[in-house]
Ligand binder design. Structure first.
Ligand code: 6R9
Length: 660
């Protein structure tokens, strides 16, 4: 059944538990509708009110939204603030100094707790250390670190001195890291000797060295290394420093650098439909505001909550719901170094029980793999764990299929906890379409309704609204404070990707398809409508993987498509033409392995194709265009029913049918 069909047929509804609704920040649908109405009545007034109530400003703003250079929107333009001050100092003043900010659990189970006072001190010391190295406001700093307190400290310290950070996920290769260092023009790199995941030590500093040795990183003056394992690393005199030496003797107070509301807090690279990753640039004030509001609205955060977002700080979810949002609202949060399957697949459930987590936010791919693990081994079934502390569950990164939703609801939430299926993107900064746990009746597989102030809609190719029940293109009709500001160094690409001419440069194009339910108006996301794949909740461009493949000397041509996968949502299937004759049997297996490893080195292990098929050619139109939609059908193992008369070489389809 297609996603559109299953969304249309889903009729189960789960109302918010009465107790939950009673105490919720947004309590009941009327409260939600009232906020929406406020935004519709006076859009700027709505955002201005929230920005005044939630952010502590160094200098108050007087203009709310500047649209004169649209789509380069500016929010709260003449206001000044510091994001780290809002996350840390404010908590010291608010009586949260002795409150636990972070419960860190290492891969081996060792737990370290840090109060707001301690975190503030650590961030200030490191910020002072960065300043001593000459790093200043506006400089770019790349962070390539494991999940750690130090990773959060590094990001917050950059924010404190007004340096723009760009975190690169620790699973990316040397080449990917090098490209990002160059594109951002980074003056410093913060990394670790090694990272520890699933009982294994994996290098980071050695990969960073390799990246820098590839050349082009001339702007990079300092490499700061957090000693995680004490593993062997090479140091370059005059460039490399231990993090512990950078902070040694630095005072634990550091006056924050006040920045303009629009000052770029961070750049985060993500995949688009062309080969080169896009440096998504975010602001300071608008971004901070939305991470705070979504913590309060979507997660209904209360002072006693123990909040756990399992994402990595290398992704936007880790930025908004580990480094910034939870701290800005004074939450206690869990930060986890390891993986869900080590020492066994009960790790998440065990951690929830031990730390008494109340809010748990994870990805469908993790849920699906833990369902499988629980089916295979009774011992790691969630029923064996005390999950009574939980009151709210969340999902992010990809569509959650109704079966996985139901399992999550029954086995983890024990039918007591609402599930917030949060639809959003690197570009949106925070949640866009999501249930409110104390208001929205839930329907499995639907992210339900846009948050107040988010003008989401489903339109056709000409930008006209579609009626409910008709699938189309997901857009946002008005700018919102936490939206992407530009693509770093490429404003034209920003315009073309998100505010294209076809829609009069007025509609934000998410890149996803959606359909709204005929009765409820609820949104269901039907997946990407561009050449972007979503594998285990990780975004990847098909062009990126194709470029990596053709960079291999054996490869003449490659086309990459997504294939539905039970566990990872989508998997990567590559169709490859070699410069030599088409390999078969063991030789094909051998070359496929070589190419997979090659892609792992070019981009990172997450981009390795699960399946590689070799052909003498690819299905092309007479004008030479690769027919990817046919390849998608072949990848799924389905029969081709479409018209293939425009194909130059229809015989090739038979050859590519079989998986090798
Ligand atoms: C936060 C994040 C964004 C893409 C997005 C969409 C998919 C994310 C989803 C979802 C359906 C949800 N996506 N959340 N699809 N339901 N609740 O994941 O950012 O890595 O940029 O990915 O992920 O396709 O366009 P990012």
């Amino acid at each position: 059944m297609s996603e559109i069909e299953s969304a249309k047929q889903e009729t189960r509804i789960f109302n918010p538990p009465a107790e939950f609704a009673k105490n919720a920040t947004i309590s009941g649908m009327q409260a939600y509708q009232a906020l929406r109405a406020e935004a519709e009545r006076d859009y700027e007034g709505f955002w201005a009110r929230l920005a005044r109530e939630n952010i502590e400003w160094h200098k108050p703003f007087t203009t709310t939204l500047n649209e004169t250079e649209a789509p380069f929107y500016k929010w709260f333009e003449d206001g000044q603030l510091n994001v780290s001050y809002n996350c840390l100092d404010r908590n010291l003043k608010n009586g949260n100094a002795a409150k636990t900010a972070i419960i860190f659990e290492a891969d081996d189970g060792k737990v370290t707790k840090l109060t707001y006072q301690e975190l503030h001190g650590r961030v200030c010391q490191f910020a002072n250390g960065l300043k001593a190295l000459g790093i200043k406001k506006g400089d770019r700093v790349v962070i390539y670190m494991p999940m750690s307190i130090e990773g959060v400290v590094a990001m917050q310290a950059c924010a404190r001195i007004g340096a723009t950070h760009s975190v690169v996920f620790g699973g990316f290769s040397a080449k990917s890291l090098q490209e990002r260092i160059i594109d951002a023009g980074a003056v410093a790199l913060i990394t670790a000797d090694e990272q520890v995941r699933g009982g294994k030590q994996l290098p980071l500093k050695a990969i960073a060295d390799e990246a820098i040795d590839m050349g082009g990183c001339e702007a990079l003056k300092s490499v700061i290394v957090y000693k995680r394992t004490g593993g062997n690393v090479k140091f370059v005199e005059g460039r490399d420093l231990w993090m512990e030496d950078v902070v040694a003797n630095q005072p634990d107070q550091c006056e924050p650098e006040w920045v303009d509301a629009e000052h770029p807090l961070f750049i985060l690279y993500t995949s688009g439909s062309t080969g080169k990753p896009k440096g998504v640039q975010h602001s300071s004030a608008g971004y901070l505001l939305w991470t705070m509001l979504t913590m309060k609205w979507t997660f209904d955060l209360k002072p006693n909550d123990i909040f756990w977002c399992t994402a990595d700080i290398g992704w936007v979810t880790g930025h908004s719901y580990i480094t910034y949002g939870p701290l800005a609202v004074g939450a206690t949060e869990i930060v986890f170094e390891g993986v869900p399957t080590y020492p066994n697949a009960g790790r998440f459930w065990d951690m929830i029980a031990r730390h008494k987590a109340t809010i748990f936010y994870t990805a469908p791919t993790a849920i699906r793999s833990l369902i499988k693990a629980a089916d295979a081994d009774e011992k790691v079934h969630p029923k064996n764990y005390d999950l009574s502390s939980l009151r709210l569950l969340g999902s992010v990164g990809e569509p959650i299929n109704p079966e996985a939703w139901m399992w999550y609801y029954r086995n983890i939430g024990r039918e007591r906890c609402p599930i917030v299926d949060t639809f959003w993107q690197t570009e949106t900064g925070g949640h866009m379409i999501t249930p409110l746990p104390g208001a929205t009746p839930l329907v499995p597989g639907s992210c339900t309704l846009p948050l107040p102030g988010i003008m989401a809609a489903v339109v056709d190719e000409t930008g006209q609204d579609l009626p409910n029940g008709q699938g189309g293109i997901l857009v946002v009709k008005r700018p919102w404070p936490s939206m992407i500001r530009t693509i770093w160094g490429d404003p034209e690409r920003f315009k073309k990707s998100y505010f294209p001419d076809e829609f009069g440069n007025k509609l934000y194009l998410a890149g996803d398809g959606a359909i709204r339910n005929e009765q409820t108006g609820y949104f269901t996301i039907t997946g990407r409508i561009d050449d972007v794949l979503n594998v285990s909740g990780h975004r990847m461009g098909t062009m990126e993987i194709e470029s990596a493949l053709v960079a291999n000397p054996l490869v003449a041509e490659a086309a990459v498509v997504g294939k539905p996968d039970e566990t990872t949502g989508e998997s990567i299937c590559a169709f490859v033409v070699l410069k030599r004759s088409r390999p078969t049997g063991d030789e094909a297996k051998q070359i496929a392995k070589e190419l997979r490893d090659w892609v792992g080195k070019e981009i990172g292990p997450i981009a390795k194709p699960k399946e590689i098929r070799f052909g003498d050619n690819l299905p092309k139109t007479r004008s030479g265009k690769i027919m990817r939609r046919l390849l998608r059908v072949l990848a799924k193992g389905e029969e081709i029913t479409q018209d293939v008369s425009t194909l130059e070489n229809p015989a090739i389809l038979d050859q590519l049918k079989q998986a090798q």
